[in-house]
Structures are given as structure tokens and as C-alpha cells.
Ligand binder design. Structure first.
Ligand code: DX5
Ligand code: ZN
Length: 211
């Protein structure tokens, strides 16, 4: 039996009916919902933020997995937690102090995750692993959905897995049936997927194909 958990990224959802899109993923068997926050500073795109999370929190009982692609995650950790974030991931390359940010996320009652851009060596995560609830490997450059999976991501997952046998590892970007298999084999636990899941006619079959 597979323990792989699936986190649909609502960046690829139809925003004109977000509540229905969440219900569709929940009924299809999603384990959590991935919520990509972009500030137009840390990444060259702007998505959605705290009021949207607070509003859709009521639409599903699934945990919310928040991916902060923002310059100053420390400043906003508490507000995202209060709006309903169960898990908060931020970037090591942001301006916030990583240890202080992890502590702030925990103090706000959420699980803390750390991630890195594809160009940052995976070893940069290692000093923080004991304080984290999970780590996220980006398999595309953060900022946009619908990009192609970067071929070196499985090796980065393997390197992280060898350092930390039990830490949940998330992977985000370009996940489909084929790339999901590479990530599972490398040791990933949680697969984030946007376009592949929301673009599928049969979301339940698409989710199953990633496990
Ligand atoms: C990219 C985001 C991803 C994105 C994944 O910056 O972090 O979560 O939504 O989308 P797909 O699965 O379409 O690559
Ligand atoms: Zn993401």
C-alpha cells in the first residue's frame, strides 16, 4: 500500500468557482490542498493571499498546505496560520531569518516546511532539517504553473532522503503520472500537482495515477 499523499495546487483551478473546484478535488481523493502565494517580488508573478485563504477555508475540511513565494514570510506567517494554514512552507532564499520563521510558524500552530529554488544546492536545507516538519523540493522554477519537470529533481530528493530518513519530502512542479513515479522512487512522500490534476476529465483517476 502506498503512503504517497497528493496535494492539488489550486493555482491551476478555475477561480470563478473555487469552492466547487476544492470539493471536486476532495471527492477525488486529495489529501490536502496546495495554496501558492506569490507577491510579485520574490517571484515575478502575483497570485492570491490571506483573504482568499480565509474565504475558501470554509469550503473544505482538507488541510491547507501553503507555499509562500514571498520576500518576507516571517511577517505573514501568523496571519496565514490564523486564516487556516495547516502547513506553511517558505523559501530559504527569502529575506526572513529561517530559524526565526520556523519558530513563528510553530508558535502560530502550523507545521513548518522549508524549500529552495532549483538553483540552490540541496545541502543548504540540511542544517534546518531537525526543526522542520517537512521539506519541499521544487521541480520547477517557482512563479508559474504548467512548467516542465526539471530532470535533476529526483537526485535532489534522494540527497535529502539520505540525510533524513523520516522527514516528509514534498515535490512541487511539473508532476504528472511519469514524473510522479520518478519522485516516489527517489523517496518523496507528498506530490503537489496543478495542471495535471485540474486539467484532467477524471480527477480521481488522475490522483490515483500519482500514487
Ligand atoms: C509553481 C508552484 C506550483 C505550481 C505547480 O511556482 O509552486 O505549485 O502550481 O503547478 P504544475 O503542477 O502545473 O506544475
Ligand atoms: Zn507551490
Amino acid at each position: 500500500m502506498s503512503k504517497t499523499r497528493i496535494s492539488p495546487s489550486i493555482l491551476a483551478a478555475d477561480f470563478s468557482c473555487l469552492g466547487r473546484e476544492l470539493a471536486r478535488m476532495e471527492h477525488a481523493g486529495a489529501d490536502m490542498i496546495h495554496f501558492d502565494v506569490m507577491d510579485g517580488v520574490f517571484v515575478p508573478n502575483i497570485s492570491f493571499g490571506i483573504p482568499v485563504l480565509a474565504s475558501i477555508r470554509k469550503a473544505t475540511s482538507l488541510p491547507f498546505d501553503i507555499h509562500l513565494m514571498i520576500a518576507d514570510p516571517l511577517r505573514y506567517a501568523d496571519a496565514f496560520a490564523k486564516a487556516g494554514a495547516d502547513m506553511i512552507t517558505f523559501h530559504l532564499e527569502s529575506d526572513s531569518d529561517p530559524r526565526e520563521t520556523i519558530r513563528a510558524i510553530h508558535a502560530a500552530g502550523s507545521k513548518a516546511g522549508l524549500t529552495i529554488r532549483p538553483s540552490t544546492p540541496v545541502e543548504a536545507l540540511f542544517p534546518f532539517l531537525p526543526e522542520l516538519d517537512f521539506a519541499l523540493i521544487m521541480s520547477v522554477e517557482p512563479g508559474f504553473g504548467g512548467q516542465s519537470f526539471l530532470a535533476d529533481a529526483p537526485d535532489r530528493i534522494r540527497a535529502l532522503r539520505s540525510m533524513s530518513p523520516d522527514l516528509p519530502i514534498n515535490v512541487d512542479g511539473g508532476i504528472n503520472r511519469e514524473t510522479a513515479a520518478l519522485c516516489r522512487e527517489a523517496g518523496a512522500d507528498i506530490l503537489v500537482s496543478g495542471n495535471y490534476l485540474f486539467g484532467a476529465k477524471d480527477a480521481a483517476a488522475a490522483i490515483d495515477s500519482l500514487r
